[in-house]
Ligand binder design. Sequence first.
Ligand code: NAD
Ligand code: ZN
Length: 357
Amino acid sequence: MYKNTKNIHCYLFGKGTINQIEEVLKDGYRIYFIDIYFKDKKLDLPLQKEDEIIYVDSSNEPTTDKIDEYKAYLVNKNKNKPSTIIGIGGGATLDTAKAVANLLTNEGKAEDYQGWDLVKNPAIYKVGIPTISGTGAEASRTCVMTNVKSGLKLGMNSDYTIYDQLILDPDLTKTVPKEQYFYTGMDTYIHSFESLNGNFRHTVGDAFAREAIRLCKEVFGSNDMQNDGNREKLMTASYLGGCAIANSFVGVVHPFSAGLSVVFKIHHCEANCITMRGMKEFYPNEYNEFFEMADKQKIKIPTLRKYITNINEDTFKKLYDSTIIHEKPLINALGENFKDILTYEKVKEIFTKMLKD
Ligand code: NAD
Ligand code: ZN
């Protein structure tokens, strides 16, 4: 059986397109979720007095509790039937806006919808405006959230989660700090090579992924990864990488990275980069390319020692459990018998490699 793939219907692309925002907003009051970085910056938005602005603290990745809190806040203020929800920020903010848009039209709690195709009713109409490039959250059909109680880091994978409209304005990414720009940008490179190296291939997905990789290599192989042209290319790569993943799955990097995020609370994109230290045997070419690009941009990829110096057995067990739980990507990368390859000892060995330069 083939999966019916949904991609973004409409997008505005180019420098300054944020100024056309009014064209894509619906009449009625609107809810804006905006990354906290922009709280004291001038974003020229067509605000109406009944609109709500919620600043998202992206120093923490979204949790199901936080999404429930936003829903309760809007319900209490009688602001739960907006015409449009707008997400302006990185993956954390874009995902928050997606999750709240789903939850306002579906009863219950965010955790009820962690999984695949559980959302029953179409979401509120939503517009995504990325301000940092790489995760592909602007294009994907998920919104990653952690359920702190159960430890489950899983999104609402649904066609209803996909943005109705994007504004892709590379001017918005000018202010991203260098390290963050590299870590997040690499997420699209990593998603894309994981999908190209997987068992579940799809020619359309491959085409998106190949082009995303080509653009990443241009950006991170150049002398100034953050100049105007490169920010435009990376925004394109991020979008294409998100589309690639809609047709496929990630591979070995993301499950290990998720283990680091769950156990040490390391942010997704930095966790991916640390994970790359242990990935030579699975992706030898990409491992070399990745560290060459980091060298070229003078980015020092952290080791896991930034978070822990010595991993004890109890922590290894937690790391193993939160890695091996990601069966779909691991089957995609290593086949049905992935547990024969990723034995407990092997997983320990890989995490230990991340401690070393
Ligand atoms: P982020 O949202 O975590 O933000 C990272 C940092 O960049 C924050 O400090 C933020 O304030 C800052 N920032 C953002 N834009 C800026 C700008 N223009 N100028 C200066 N600073 C700016 O960033 P991210 O790396 O894009 O997202 C990571 C999140 O995305 C994680 O929560 C992860 O789980 C999620 N994710 C989602 C998907 C998906 O398909 N939905 C895929 C991968 C990752
Ligand atoms: Zn990712």
